[in-house]
Each structure stands twice: as structure tokens, then as C-alpha cells.
Design a protein around this ligand. Structure first.
Ligand code: ZN
Length: 243
């Protein structure tokens, strides 16, 4: 089992709104996984802010390979993932009504195939008209109901068919659309669960961050360089028993 979480450090030096963002992984068997971590200096004149795409890249390039290297190929990880905004990244061809327009044209997503169930069988359905379609080349398809409007100002929560957007949104293929994080983990043969929002006490990485922050505080001289030097030392100082 592995836990991933993000944390920032602007409390430990004098710069306001700048600091180091860490996205790290601890494992219940090996502890802190040095090679799986990712660092980002945020704020003024730095690298910008952490986002879901960066986490997906970290998963593909660092976290999954590090796990497979440490444990061997016959093991499966169960990832516990922090339920934070930074993790809500979706693939470019995601099934999402928010990326569609009511009418053809304009900027819209080129979606992957959807599916529907017919006589108990799952039937794949192309979500985009072919390039040589006479009327709507390369445009998304939907379950268009001409009597209804495209999109309510505020959808009726009790209805499944108040508007065209809602009809499509409640279809099982749209409902079951996974985030990029889940797709990357599951496509690599591993498992993941997302921790509930606002319950950091359920995430055992918080004890790890607690120790890291104590170390940084005890060894702080208010400069960014010291913070950068101490960060890896702080993380490696945490004992497996604490984790
Ligand atoms: Zn609606």
C-alpha cells in the first residue's frame, strides 16, 4: 500500500507566497520512496503551480516505475490518493459534456468512443462523426432531443431529461468516466482509492509530513537555500516505524 500527498513549505522561510511544493509517496513496506518524489518551486519567478497533469506525469515516469523496481513485477500497488483539486485531471479525449457545445462547431473535445447497453450487451458507439460526414465532419454526437434546450441555466436535480446536456451526462459511459490518475494506475495493473475530502486524519502520510515540518522548523534560518538543502534530509530522517 502506498500513500501519495502534496505539501508546501512557505511557512519555513521569509518569502511570502513562494516555497517548495512536494508530491511524495510513502510505502507501508519500504517507507519514504526517494526516487518517486517530485519537487516544484512555486511563486514569483519560479515554476508555476502544481496541477493534475504534473501528477499524472509523475505517476507514469516516477511512482509506478519506482514501485515496480523496488518490489518486483509480480506485485500490485494499492494507492491511497489525496482527494485534492490538483488531482482532477482528465485525458484529452474524455467523455464529458462540459467539453461539448450544443451545436456543431467552435472549440470542442474530440471524444473517445462511448457505449450503451442493448439487450444486455455493451455496444460501442463512436462519439465523433467521421471526417467525411456531409454535415458535421469530426464533430461530437449526442442523444439530441430537439424539443429540449441544450443546457438548463440550473438543471433539475430530480430529472434525468431536463435538457440535452443532462440526458447525455447521466448515461453510464459518461457516469463511469475515470480521471487520468485512475486510468494510468489501472492500465498499469494497479489499484487506487481516493481518500474522502476534509479527512486528513485518514491519511497516514500526515504523520510523515508532521515529522518533516518539525525537522524543517528546528533547522530553519529563514533562507530559501537552507530550506532547499534541508528538504531531502528532513524527508529521509523519518523512520519507517513512524510511517
Ligand atoms: Zn438540465
Amino acid at each position: 500500500m502506498m500513500v501519495q500527498s502534496n505539501d508546501t513549505t512557505d511557512k519555513y522561510w521569509k518569502g511570502v507566497g513562494c516555497g517548495i511544493h512536494r508530491s511524495d509517496v510513502i510505502c507501508s513496506i519500504v517507507g519514504y520512496m526517494v526516487d518517486a518524489g517530485e519537487s516544484l518551486e512555486y511563486g514569483k519567478n519560479h515554476d508555476g503551480y502544481w496541477n493534475g497533469e504534473m501528477f499524472v506525469k509523475q505517476l507514469q515516469e516516477k511512482i509506478i516505475p519506482t514501485f515496480e523496481c523496488l518490489h518486483g513485477p509480480e506485485y500490485q500497488v494499492l494507492f491511497l490518493i489525496d482527494n485534492s483539486q490538483g488531482h482532477s485531471a482528465y485525458a484529452e479525449d474524455v467523455l464529458a459534456v462540459s467539453r461539448m457545445n450544443v451545436n456543431p462547431g467552435g472549440k470542442q473535445a474530440c471524444m473517445r468512443n462511448g457505449w450503451f447497453t442493448y439487450n444486455g450487451v455493451q455496444v460501442e458507439q463512436e462519439m465523433v462523426f467521421t471526417l467525411n460526414h456531409p454535415h458535421f465532419p469530426n464533430q461530437p454526437k449526442g442523444l439530441y432531443e430537439s424539443k429540449l434546450c441544450g443546457k438548463c441555466i440550473k438543471c433539475n436535480p430530480d430529472s434525468t431529461a431536463c435538457c440535452n446536456k443532462h440526458i447525455l451526462e447521466v448515461q453510464p459511459d459518461f457516469q463511469q468516466q475515470r480521471s487520468s490518475i485512475q486510468e494510468v494506475i489501472e492500465n498499469a495493473g494497479h489499484l487506487c482509492i481516493f481518500l474522502p475530502k476534509f479527512h486528513c486524519e485518514l491519511n497516514f502520510i500526515e504523520y510523515f509530513w508532521g515529522k518533516v515540518k518539525k525537522y524543517l522548523q528546528d533547522n530553519c534560518n529563514g533562507t530559501f537555500n537552507t530550506l532547499k538543502t534541508n528538504m531531502p534530509l528532513a524527508m529521509q530522517s523519518v523512520q519507517l516505524s513512524t510511517i
